[in-house]
Design a protein around this ligand. Structure first.
Ligand SMILES: [Zn+2]
Length: 388
């Protein structure tokens, strides 16, 4: 593979404070060399070592590719009617997930794969070079294995979410479903996943079941993630910290002990403002988490029910405008923060040794992502050193 020089970068976000200024390690009038799919060199424009190819960025901003650490992309159907009903004043009901479960079970493997590939391409075009995706719309052993197998074709960051909701056929005996998830279903699914996740919420899984399922996953070698404290205050965040989860996701309803627990742990608070946007719920208090010392990631939660967006730029704009994050904090959370939430150090930064996943914005800096909301600013996307 040949070396490529990215030259005339007006504004380079490295996320490495030794390479530039501020928390994003910004370097102006910079250049970057990619070799063999990795970042090989970062420095001043005009001072770069020789390379085989040269890309003139024309003074634009270069950022690490987005790391979208929370998405649900293996599903069939769509739920725009439900969205319209909510916007007309109806409350969000968790039961909507079961509609997608029915559609997903009925769908062919090929149609699920086509839908997934389309969403991954849509994300990639918008600068997302690492994406996590979950199962959770199958909820039988065979349907969960099918979802994970398809997901693994497009990403390494695959999460088993058999504990999404209790399916219709187990409504009268939810304990039997928990036993299935942590027994036969987990045995079948663990070889196809890196992570296990539980929707810890009233109407989904309580603290006892959440703990049990996560420990069962840990015993099969899976990393832990938790859908925690989305619709009301609950035990999810504390359990996430207890099981050393890489991430507690949503974190909308927290008390002081939750913030302190996150700040004192390796568990990242992943905020998903697309969900609050799409359900008209209050946004999580990002400032409280950041000021309290927690690590914050931003992700899309892309799913057909409560957040059908693949746009990390949109989530950044929401985080800045509605959650009082600074543009620097939001961009860090959508790149380096997402990498932390996946316990990765090869993505989410542009410093020597990192994977050459980068995006060129047709803008002079990352601030334009929130300053010019809704405008397609992605000019080029490169993944592992190859133009997408
Ligand atoms: Zn989710």
């Amino acid at each position: 593979m040949s070396a490529t020089l990215f030259d005339a970068i007006g504004w380079l976000v490295t996320n490495d404070t030794e390479l530039g200024s501020g928390s994003l390690g910004v370097r102006e009038r910079a250049a970057l060399v990619v070799d063999d799919g990795r970042v090989a060199w970062v420095g001043d424009a005009g001072a770069a070592p020789a390379a085989d190819d040269r890309v003139d960025v024309g003074g634009r901003a270069v950022l690490p590719g987005w790391v979208d650490s929370h998405a649900h992309l293996v599903f069939a159907g769509e739920r725009s009617r439900e969205f319209a009903a909510r916007m007309a004043g109806q409350a969000y009901q968790a039961g909507g997930i079961r509609r997608t479960v029915a559609a997903t079970r009925a769908a062919s493997e090929d149609s699920l794969r086509t839908n997934l590939q389309q969403l991954v391409r849509e994300s990639l075009r918008q600068g997302t070079t690492t994406i996590e995706t979950k199962s959770g719309y199958g909820l039988t052993v065979a349907d969960e294995v099918r979802a994970l197998t398809i997901a693994r074709e497009v990403t390494d960051e695959v999460t088993f979410l058999g504990a999404h909701v209790v399916p219709e056929e187990y409504q009268s005996d939810p304990a039997a479903y928990v036993a299935l998830v942590e027994g036969e279903m987990l045995d079948a699914c663990a070889p196809h996943a890196r992570w296990i996740d539980v929707f810890c919420e009233r109407g989904a899984f309580d603290g006892t079941a959440t703990r049990e399922i996560l420990w069962a996953g840990a015993a099969r070698g899976l990393g832990r993630r938790v859908h925690a404290n989305q619709l009301e205050h609950g035990p999810g965040v504390q359990i996430a910290v207890e099981v050393d989860a890489a991430s507690a996701d949503h974190c909308t309803h927290l008390d002081d002990a939750d913030v302190a627990a996150l700040a004192g742990s390796r568990t990242v608070a992943t905020l998903l403002p697309g969900a609050e946007f799409s359900t008209r719920h209050p946004y999580p208090d990002a400032r409280r988490l950041l000021d309290g010392g927690a690590t914050v990631a931003l992700a899309t939660d892309c799913n057909p029910g409560t957040s059908f967006t693949s746009s990390m730029a949109f989530c950044i704009a929401l985080a800045v405008r509605e959650m009082r994050m600074t543009p620097d904090e939001a961009v860090w959370s959508a790149t380096a923060g997402g990498a932390r939430a996946l316990r990765r150090d090869d993505v989410g930064r542009l410093s020597p040794g990192a994977r050459a996943d980068l995006q060129v914005l047709d803008a002079p800096s990352h601030v334009h992502l929130a300053y010019r909301p809704g405008v397609p600013l992605t000019w080029q996307v490169w993944r592992r050193g190859v133009r997408v």
